[in-house]
Write a protein that binds this ligand. Structure first.
Ligand SMILES: NC(=O)c1ccc[n+]([C@@H]2O[C@H](COP(=O)([O-])OP(=O)(O)OC[C@H]3O[C@@H](n4cnc5c(N)ncnc54)[C@H](OP(=O)(O)O)[C@@H]3O)[C@@H](O)[C@H]2O)c1
Length: 264
């Protein structure tokens, strides 16, 4: 069993010698991405708002034999001092090659025109502004290493707004534009900027959709594969985009939706 695990890791070592930051990586999609990048050889800075969650994530990764490839720190992406701390952690590991901007909030459910200015600002501060600021601080570190990869985590809602998640969906549409805007500016620096738009993936975030009931059935009816996605099925796409296999792809968004129809 152990021998099989080691073979599995060495076969996939596309990210040896790379250093990655994954925001919001103590659970769900971010955790799966952090784990997959580490399995592929990267050193990964794991983070979220809560130290206990960071510690638990690190101990789970240690159980998977990845303790020498992961470090953890608290980072609420809306706080400048926390963002600085994750970059400092990456520099301690040698520099930065990969930024996965995965954190998002959705504090409201309801018609978009009933969203308060305060809630709108909160959503855009975390989902868009923090993603922009992280990318802005990552680029000089990438330049020191001769290149880098940025991957934003958007949502199928960015292409096709969810009816009761309007502000969240619009913030995810903004990431599609941010991807293209930054990609164009850094293309000659050997830095690629891409985006993943997951469909409905089974995590705490999507609990209200994926647990039994009419919303679950209605959601499944929109998915040709008739099942929700797994965090690992997003992580594998992130690992591809973070690897040299995707060197000639930039400014793109990959939908990971089980075939849900979605276009802007
Ligand atoms: N699940 C889906 O169906 C789905 C679909 C499309 C897109 N997405 C996107 O995928 C991303 C991850 O979602 P998920 O489903 O994996 O969520 P999740 O399972 O609920 O995990 C959320 C993670 O984010 C951390 N977090 C929350 N707010 C944060 C903040 N301000 N700063 C830093 N970390 C923060 C949480 O840890 P702490 O509580 O310790 O901070 C936790 O590690 C989000 O961008 C989401 O919009 C998800």
């Amino acid at each position: 069993m152990i021998g099989r695990g080691i073979r599995h890791l060495s076969n996939m070592a596309r990210l040896n010698d790379k250093v990655a930051i994954v925001t919001a990586s103590t659970d769900g999609i971010g955790f799966a991405i952090a784990k997959r990048l580490a399995q592929e050889g990267a050193k990964v800075v794991v983070s979220s708002r809560n130290q206990k969650n960071v510690d638990e994530a690190l101990s789970k990764l240690a159980k998977d034999g990845l303790s020498d490839r992961v470090v953890g720190t608290v980072c609420h992406v809306g706080k400048a001092e926390d963002r600085k701390r994750i970059f400092d952690e990456a520099v301690k590991l040698g520099g930065l090659d990969i930024l996965i901007s995965n954190a998002a909030v959705n504090p409201t459910i309801g018609p978009i025109l009933e969203c308060s200015e305060q809630v709108w600002d909160k959503i855009f501060e975390i989902n868009v502004k923090a993603a922009f600021l992280l990318a802005k601080d990552a680029v000089p570190l990438f330049q020191k290493r001769g290149g880098g990869k940025i991957i934003f985590i958007s949502s199928v809602g960015g292409h096709r707004p969810f009816p009761l998640l309007g502000p969240y969906s619009v913030s995810k549409t903004a990431l599609l534009g941010l991807t293209k805007a930054i990609a164009g500016d850094v293309a000659t620096d050997n830095i690629t900027v891409n985006c993943i738009a997951p469909g409905v993936i089974e995590t705490k975030f999507s609990n209200a959709i994926t647990t039994e009931g009419p919303i679950r059935e209605e959601s499944l009816s929109l998915i040709p594969m008739k099942r929700f996605g797994k965090p690992d099925e997003v992580a594998s796409v992130a690992a591809f985009l973070a690897s040299s296999d995707a060197n000639y792809i930039t400014g793109e968004t990959i939908l990971v939706t089980g075939g849900m129809h979605a276009r802007l």
